[in-house]
Design a protein around this ligand. Structure first.
Ligand code: NOJ
Length: 775
């Protein structure tokens, strides 16, 4: 038997008290509502309505329009300023200079009739001045506190600079590493994704919307953007209902439950209906079912795209359909296409939209401004901005985060950690070894390269004067085949020295031969990942593979550090040690040196499966069992079916043992929770971290369920010989799922397997039953 939970009517087939807990479908761990807001709802609404009563249709349409203000695009800023001065702009994006924000805010407040301040928004994705490791790296820490702390620092710097709102976190599930935006999310898993989403929202927003020193957080891109066809950015998405509800939506639900004040709609079409004109998604799911109270913004130019998608008949129709689907604010197209919300007054006059529809959107935007305290404090304190941006403590947070994000993938014969007292010389080789800009990763625009520590600089500083450190870039990092707009932004592109591969590669190999060991820093340049940075290959760009093989062939010990945010295909090369360091941020080099020399032990785990070749994609661990499961490894006649490194995998400098897996109540009724415990013991000889991961498997029920699903994790630090008992609680929310058999959430009466260990291939297992009849 199963318990079916109707979402729309909130009625359960069997009247069970827990239905409301499950209805969300998201895991309970991440569902922590933000604490109360000091401004009472009634007061906020009354203030917003008083303003609305004074506004003309043009002012209303302007209030729900956001403009790019990119200083180096000729004419853009002038045009935007004219709109601001006329009271026809509600928000600006892409200004980060505190003095410029202050100047523009003065225009809005001093020059306009109603003196409504602007919301300043920006992509504060992983830091503003102090850059944290990229989001996928933070997910690899399997430590939501790393995410929360990092975004709290980012929020403090942004808010002090005059910004109010960040377009983050990106909570799109990504199961195709060709898709460049995999770098911005938490990888392939909805449970890990939900935990990281909620933690980031808490970090950005603080206890409530309007907390001092915090921002409005805008999770994006609603919804399904990560499943772009062929991994090609912006391409269409076709997802089954089951995938949508069970895999792609839970991180959004978790972010909303954590109090996110904003949501950004996605660019692409979802099952044939553009996400930005998708009333089912933006109104039925987001507002009616989930009770979202914040405001919805489009992605840049996505309302205009309703025309591009051949969905709307005209720009006027695009504005109407976006508004009526549930879009509150239009982020205007950045490069000259018109703002479709400019046509709303005309639509109002013609009767295709109502005053109530327009006012609803305006109210939501004004409410955000009131809650953020903009009317009381619109301007920027420039001295305070300077002080906060320079805070040394922020750099400490960045370094500590980078140390917790690295994933050790190979360590033959315990090559790592390196012993400074035994090694006399290190060759540091690779085009990314001394590139400050690449160390920071994509989506940063207000960073300071002078304070960025490269891997080479980190190793030099840490190795001390007894170790000789030589450096060669080895080979060129090739340019992108298609240039990107981001590289035209001041300070955004990496400046590269000319490297002549023909002479530099042999010089690097000679250097490796002449050194006790080599640290090779390879991977992708920061502009090869991110928006519009999909790749049709997982190979190392340029001649890095040749360099790798030549250095390994010297026979000297080789440590490869991969600077990447997608799995790469190293063609079966087997360096002594391999560590994924991601794009580790401002203090990345210091963190990497601390890891190499064993000041800290790596404890990160992969947030996605690492395929053997690109042909295996997609390869999520949470697959359904199918015909002839014993031959799962043989599904390709020319290659193994399993990944090279499984989801959740990562080595440590120590070793750990899991034992004593216990389910406290091996038989429960639907709606009851199942406490699970396990002992983890550090069996090695040094302090180190391990991540206990709990997976479930439902044996039968209304739908077939994946062979494994992550439903709990905990990262712990243990001393040598220390044992810790870790406790998990499997709640009804974690044991239910959305079934396409009944088009509803369900909890089946069934048997579950539980697996606990340090990867998705955990071996320790037990079972429990859910079923009233069995009690
Ligand atoms: C387009 C991107 O898809 C989105 O993530 C970003 O927030 C906006 N541009 C604004 O930069």
């Amino acid at each position: 038997m199963s318990i079916q939970i109707f979402r729309g009517t909130r009625r359960a087939v069997a009247a069970v008290a827990f239905a409301f807990a499950i209805i969300a479908g998201a895991n309970a761990q991440s569902a922590q509502p933000a604490a109360g807001n000091p401004l009472p709802d009634a007061e906020v609404s009354a203030r917003a309505d008083a303003l609305i009563a004074k506004m003309t249709p043009e002012e209303k349409a302007g209030q729900i329009t956001q403009y790019f203000n990119i200083a180096f695009i000729p004419g853009q800023s002038e045009g935007v300023q004219a709109e601001v001065a006329a009271g026809r702009a509600g928000s600006l994006l892409f200004v980060t200079d505190p003095a410029e924000i202050d100047r523009l805010q003065h225009i809005a407040v001093d020059k306009t009739r109603l003196k409504i301040p602007l919301l300043f928004a920006f992509d504060v994705i992983h830091g503003l001045r102090t850059i944290m490791p990229v989001p996928i790296a933070v997910a690899a820490s399997w430590d939501p506190k790393v995410a929360e702390d990092g975004q709290r620092v980012a929020a403090a710097e942004a808010r002090a600079s005059g910004l109010h709102w960040t377009f983050a976190p990106m909570v799109d599930i990504a199961r195709d590493p060709r898709w460049g935006r995999i770098v911005e999310g938490a990888g392939e898993d909805p449970y890990l994704g939900a935990a990281m989403a909620a933690a980031q929202v808490r970090g950005f927003q603080g206890d409530y919307l309007g907390s001092p020193g915090h921002l409005i957080s805008g999770p994006k891109h609603f919804a399904g953007y990560g499943a772009a066809l062929g991994g090609r950015d912006y391409d269409e998405v076709d997802l089954s209902d089951s995938e949508l509800w069970n895999t792609y939506l839970p991180p959004f639900k978790a972010a909303i439950d954590a109090g996110a004040g904003n949501i950004m709609s996605a660019y692409m079409g979802l099952n044939g209906v553009p996400a930005t004109g998708n009333r089912w998604l933006l109104t039925d799911v987001l507002r009616k079912e989930w009770g979202f109270k914040g405001f919805v913004v489009t992605d840049a130019g996505a309302a205009y795209d309703l025309l591009t998608h051949e969905f709307a008949s005209s720009t006027t129709d695009a504005g109407v359909r976006a508004l009526q689907a549930g879009i509150d604010m239009e982020m205007s197209p950045p490069f000259g296409a018109p703002s479709v919300y400019k046509m709303l007054p005309q639509s109002l006059a013609g009767g295709t939209i109502t005053t109530a529809e327009l006012d609803t959107a305006v109210r939501r935007v004004l409410v955000a401004k009131i809650r953020m305290g903009l009317f009381e404090k619109p301007y920027v304190d420039l001295k305070q901005a300077k002080r906060v941006l320079a805070d040394p403590q922020h750099r400490v947070v960045s370094r500590a985060a980078a140390e917790r994000t690295a994933v050790l993938l190979r360590n033959e014969g315990g090559l790592l950690p390196l012993d400074k007292n035994k090694i006399k010389s290190i060759a540091v080789i690779g085009p990314l070894a001394d590139s400050a800009r690449d160390t920071l990763g994509p989506w940063v625009f207000a960073h300071d390269l002078n304070e960025t520590v490269t891997v080479l600089a980190g190793i030099k500083a840490s190795a001390g004067s007894n170790v000789r450190v030589d450096y060669s870039p080895g080979v060129t990092m090739p340019a992108r085949f298609h240039p990107t707009f981001f590289d035209t932004m001041p300070g955004s592109a990496a400046k590269r020295d000319e490297v002549d591969d023909a002479s530099e590669l042999p010089r690097a190999v000679a250097m490796a031969k002449a050194s006790d060991m080599t640290v090779l820093v390879l991977g992708e340049a920061q502009n090869m990942i991110g928006e519009l940075a999909s790749r049709s290959s997982l190979d190392l760009p340029g001649r890095q593979q040749e360099l790798l093989e030549a250095v390994i062939a010297t026979g000297k010990p080789v440590v490869v550090l991969l600077m990447t945010a997608r799995p790469l295909d190293l063609k079966n090369s087997k360096p002594g040690a391999l560590m994924n360091i991601w794009y580790p941020g401002t203090k990345g080099g210091t963190a990497v040196a601390n890891l190499l020399f064993g000041e800290v032990s790596p404890g990160g785990k992969l947030p996605y499966a690492w395929p053997r070749t690109i042909g295996q994609i997609p390869l999520p661990y949470a697959q359904l069992r199918s015909h002839q499961p014993k031959t799962a490894e043989e599904r390709y006649q020319n290659e193994l079916g399993s990944p090279l490194y499984p989801f959740g995998f990562g080595l440590s400098y120590s070793t750990f043992e899991f034992s004593n897996l216990k389910v406290e109540r091996p038989m429960v009724a639907p709606g009851e929770s199942v406490p699970v415990s396990v002992d983890v013991r550090n069996t090695g000889s040094r302090d180190a971290d391990e991540v206990a991961q709990l997976y479930i498997h439902q044996r039968y029920g209304s739908s077939a369920r994946p062979v494994r699903e992550l439903k709990g994790f905990q990262r712990v630090t243990l001393k040598p010989g220390e044992t810790r008992t870790i406790r998990f609680t499997l709640t009804p929310a974690e044991l239910s799922y959305w079934t396409s058999a009944m088009h509803s959430w369900v909890q089946d009466e069934t048997t579950f397997d539980v697996y606990v260990g340090n990867s998705s291939q955990a071996a320790l297992t037990t079972t429990f039953e859910v079923g009233k009849s069995k009690r």
